[in-house]
Structures are given as C-alpha cells and as structure tokens.
Write a protein that binds this ligand. Structure first.
Ligand SMILES: C[S@@+](CC[C@H](N)C(=O)[O-])C[C@H]1O[C@@H](n2cnc3c(N)ncnc32)[C@H](O)[C@@H]1O
Length: 371
C-alpha cells in the first residue's frame, strides 16, 4: 500500500471566506421551495438507509468491500480509543444500526444516546444493543441507552436531551455531510453538538474529503468518476466544475458504493466546516485524510495489533485476501476529524447518567421526534 501525498486544497473552495455565508445564523438561501426540496432529500437519505437490512455474518464476509468496512471500523475504533474514557456519556449522532456499540462498550462508557433519522436502522440498533443478532452472539451491553429516531440536522436536540446533557463525547461517523445540504441544517447540526457537549468535551467524526472529491472531478473529462466499487456523479449544473465561494452549501452529488451507499450527498469544504464550528465554540484538534490516518496510527503497536485482529489488511498469511487497490482508493475519499468544545472542563466529573435510559430496549422505548 503506497502512501500518497495529500492533495492540495482545490483553489475555489479554499478561497471561500467566512463572511461569505451568513454569520451568526440565518437559513441560507432558497426560501420555501428549497426548504421542501431539502426535506425530500433528507427523506431519500433516510429511506435509503432504512431499507438496508441487517446482513448475516456470511453476507458481510462476502461483501465486495469487506476489507474497506473493516478498515473503516478500525479508524472509528482508533478514534474511540483515543478520545473516550471509562464512564463517559456518549451522544452518537446518525448512529445507524449501532455498528459502533461494541467500540463504546470496549471503552467502558457509562451511558449512550443514539440518534438516527432512519427508522429501520434505529430498530436494528435496538436489536444489536439487546444482544439479539446472529452477528453478535455476545453478552448484552452493560451501559444504559436511549435510542431516538430524529433528523439530527433539523431537530433542536438540546431541548429534548437537556436532562441527559452535558455529554462528554459526541460522535458523528460517516454522516456529517448529510447536514451540508443547506446552511441552516449545517448550523443546526453544530448548534446541537455544541449545546450538548460539556466544556472540554470532544466531537469525533468521519466524512468525505471535499478536496479529494473536487480534485478527482476536475481530473476527469466527464461528470462522474469512480472504480469497480464506487461511483460519484455530479449534475450538469456543475459542468464548469467551479464552486462559487458564495454558495458553499447544497453542492450535491450522487454517491454509489457497492453494497453500502446509494444516495445524494453534499460536499463539505473542510476549511469552512472548521470556521463554522468555531462559531459554535468547537475548535479543531485534528483532521487527517484516511490515508494519512492509517499510515500514522498503524505505527502504534496497539493499533497495529487491532488492525491484525480485524483483518482489514489480511492477516499476513499467504493467500489471505486483503484490501484491494479499489477499496484503498475509496478510503482516500474520506477524512477523520476531532473538535473540542471550548472552555475549561468541569473540575469534578458529574454523577454519571447511568440511572437514565434502560439496559434492555423494546420497540416502544424508541423515541420518535417529528420528522
Ligand atoms: C453511512 S451511515 C453511518 C452509520 C453509523 N454512523 C456508522 O458509522 O456505522 C449514515 C447514517 O446517517 C444517517 N443520517 C443521514 N441523515 C441523517 C439526519 N439528518 N439525521 C440523523 N441521521 C441521519 C443515516 O440514516 C445513516 O444511518
């Protein structure tokens, strides 16, 4: 596996200045029609994920991107191990089917709240939390949990979760980019995170790397690019491949990833994400493209060992399958980030939320917020 140099920021995205989108709030542009378009797009995303049923162990192992899935899990595990502490209260935004529950369990967290827009996924998450799946065949999780079906980028989650807050750590894995369809949604996402994290609390996440995506688009003559496992398609409205600094939100493309994703996504220029996050008292601690992340953390024996156990890169035995070049290319499309909520951490850790939530969840325990 070769280490590629990091792409330079694409010039038009890099030149976007903070003042070019409405500072301090505002719903961005577009009015009522854009608003209902956005709801439709959010629904499309929700329906896509809801319809994806839980795979059996065999189906999972036969996936054309099994090693990529394992690599993604390794990256998320490293983030959790680096930033979660025993007893932490965790807010998992866009938690999906609860694929990270085991990671949080290993970190011995004290309380978990998972939120996702897709009803089917949140139900699968409940099943996994209860320890009922084939895949899992493991003991139940010991930390209490709440599961909520809601649009994290529209709902004022702080009003709803005020009794559970503040959280020590918030995670949003492979999902922050669904908030960049409009400025209002991107702001609501960050407002929720900021309001719910304690001072000194950590926000960890992963999302597409806009610099790489725009560079790839410009390298091809067509409006789409990809390989045997993925395809990204931009609409003809972007035929000039220019992305005006005045409209950094709502840059939509279609993402297809074999056996995983098939829905609209939005470009998130990272330097703008950083600027916007600062407005919500969230300061950048780390940002690394996945290639850089892998090359760096694989040097650490404990994480190299975890990688061997997960088998993302094969286990070194001859004949063992390993991450394909095409899967490695997909991983280059993503970055990992860590932000910290400004302010001194409280001098004393507060009493844990372990008395909230339940340790067994039934369907009627899933809370639905208007979507
Ligand atoms: C690629 S999956 C990642 C799931 C999980 N975080 C993981 O890493 O396994 C993206 C998730 O984002 C969720 N999502 C997308 N838009 C959302 C929104 N507006 N509010 C809450 N969840 C959303 C989808 O339903 C889906 O479960």
């Amino acid at each position: 596996m070769s280490k590629r140099p990091r792409d330079e920021p694409s010039s038009s995205l890099a030149s976007v200045q903070k003042h070019q989108f409405s500072p301090g709030g505002g719903g961005g542009y577009g009015g009522q029609q854009a608003y209902s378009e956005e709801r439709k797009s959010a629904r499309r995303v929700a329906d896509h994920y809801s319809a994806r049923s839980n795979q059996t162990l065999e189906e999972r192992e036969n996936s054309p991107i099994i090693h990529l899935k394992k690599l993604n899990n390794w990256i998320k595990s490293v983030l959790v191990q680096l930033y979660a502490r025993p007893g932490d209260c965790v807010l998992d935004l866009a938690c999906g089917k609860g694929g990270d529950l085991i990671k949080w369990d290993k970190a011995k967290v004290g309380y978990y709240v998972g939120v996702d827009i897709a009803e089917g996924s949140i139900k699968d998450c409940m099943t996994r939390y209860n320890g009922d799946t084939d895949q899992q065949r493991r003991k139940k999780f010991s930390f209490p949990a709440r599961l909520i079906c809601a649009d994290c980028y529209e709902t004022h989650l702080d009003e709803y979760l005020s009794e559970d807050a503040p959280f020590d750590i918030c995670s949003c894995q492979f999902a922050m980019h669904y908030s960049w369809s409009t400025e209002a949604r991107a702001r609501q996402a960050l407002a929720n995170i900021s309001a719910l994290l304690r001072p000194g609390g950590t926000f960890i996440g992963t999302m597409p790397d806009a610099n790489v995506i725009i560079k790839r688009l410009r390298e091809t003559e067509a409006m789409e690019f990809g390989n045997s496992v993925y395809c990204i398609t931009f609409g003809e409205e972007y035929a000039e491949k220019k992305f005006p600094a005045s409209r950094p939100f709502g840059i939509k493309y279609k993402f297809h990833l074999e056996d995983a994703v098939d829905c609209p996504e939005w470009v998130v220029p990272f330097h703008l994400f950083k600027l916007l996050a600062e407005e919500y008292d969230l300061e950048l601690v780390l940002m690394k493209n996945f290639h850089e992340f892998v090359n760096e953390y694989l040097q650490k024996p404990e994480f190299a060992d975890l990688m061997r156990r997960l088998g993302a890169l094969g286990d070194g035995r001859q004949g063992q399958s390993t991450l394909s070049q095409d899967e490695w290319e997909v991983s280059y499309l993503y970055l990992a980030f860590v932000l910290r909520k400004r302010g001194p951490p409280p001098s004393q850790r507060r009493v844990s939320n372990a008395n909230r939530g339940k340790t067994f969840l039934a369907e009627e325990d899933i809370e639905f917020l208007s979507i």
